[in-house]
Design a protein around this ligand. Sequence first.
Ligand code: PMP
Length: 361
Amino acid sequence: MTMSKFFTERLASLEAYVPGEQPRDRKYIKLNTNESPFPPSPSVIAAAEEEAGRLQLYSDPECKLIVDKLAELYGVDPSMVIVTNGSDEVLNFAFMAFFDEHRTALFPDITYGFYPVFANLNRVPYEEVPLAPDFSINYKDYLGVGKNVVIANPNAPTGLSLSLSEIEEIVASNPDNVVIIDEAYVDFGGESAYRLCEKYNNLIVTGTFSKSRSLAGARLGFGIACPELIRDLNTVRYSTNPYNVNRMTMACGYRAICDNDYYMENCRTVMENREYTRDKLISLGFNVLPSDANFLFAESPDVSGKELYLALKARGILVRHFSKERIKNFNRITVGTRAEMDALLDAVREILGDKNETSGN
Ligand code: PMP
């Protein structure tokens, strides 16, 4: 779509983030946007219903209920917590608050596609560091760089993690720059860096209720950092939208933390299904990166990434394909229920079988 004649020149070249498909044309097995396959716990659904009766009132701009509960969960002071409308919002607030033409951004070439969009939106120059040939992040590339660093840990769409000690070296070696560690997927086997926020005044750890806590549609994210950084992020939040977290979402988030055991059990199930699916895909000839997240990143020697994506879609299964040159033979497959994974594997076998037939093998 072309822009209107009124669109500001400042944003004329902005390329918006393209979210994964949310199709309405038919019912798909949705393995394309890393949502949880499990519904929210019953008390979360009840909390949403109850709070709906109070929607005539604005939400609490201090978000005290959920800030305090998150602080309790992580064992930090509430002054070290901010909550936002999804973690995308806290990431954007961080770009607004701490990045500019002098404090530029550094992140991997293959990572969450929103980072360059936030940089461009906020007119922040950025540099991308190529991942190693095995798709891992070489943490040494980020030591003493004098730039603000953004790292998803585990990284997306690869699922590979850095260790806590590697993260700490990055944070310690860039004392005059902020380091953002995006832990959207940490509950699926990664190691959180939030404890380091008490030791380092330049670290921001972000998290989300969208993946491990089955609340993608409610939009609830958070940041943990030293009180000074949180204060700056709140200055941006109050200058953008003080009611960024709505009443129903806040009530749901609170209940979700109360029901932590339910969600952590679901994470364990997802991790089991992940290893099950990875083994099966490997036995079908796929190259599948080891994953600490709720998705697998996989390529087949027999069928191109795009072809597999389209063939799965035709069979009612959605996965995420990226056209970026280096990863265009891969698909990112969200880990769902065992039944969903079996349906995926059946479809993959069928697609590979059709391929072998037509090639005369
Ligand atoms: N970080 C990463 C690495 C992600 O993959 C996502 C999900 N698209 C997000 C942050 C943002 O998720 P949300 O805004 O739903 O919290």
